[in-house]
Design a protein around this ligand. Sequence first.
Ligand code: NFA
Length: 103
Amino acid sequence: IEIDKQGATTVERQSARLAPPPMYQVILLNDDYTPMEFVVNILERVFAKTPEQAEQLMLKVHYEGRAVCGVYPRDIAATKVEIVRQLAQSRQHPLQCVMEPVP
Ligand code: NFA
């Protein structure tokens, strides 16, 4: 509701649909030390990939340097990044995980 200088009121109906939330890509980066099996496990458990998808995606990171593992709203993306970092740190692996806004 807006009230202008003459005291007139304007009521605008909210748009029926909400805009979709901004989306973020969660990206895994390659390194020389993290075991392949550990990365496959992360992809299955954190990113809900099948064993076959996880293997393919791990190899994409390994050979291309990085790959998008999923696209999520900001808070979900941030939580997945944090979980990956904690799991890697707990096993002393240097695996890097970052999020970037979908262009
Ligand atoms: N490059 C790692 C190795 O050869 C495997 C790896 C894949 C690491 C994907 C990080 C991400 N053990």
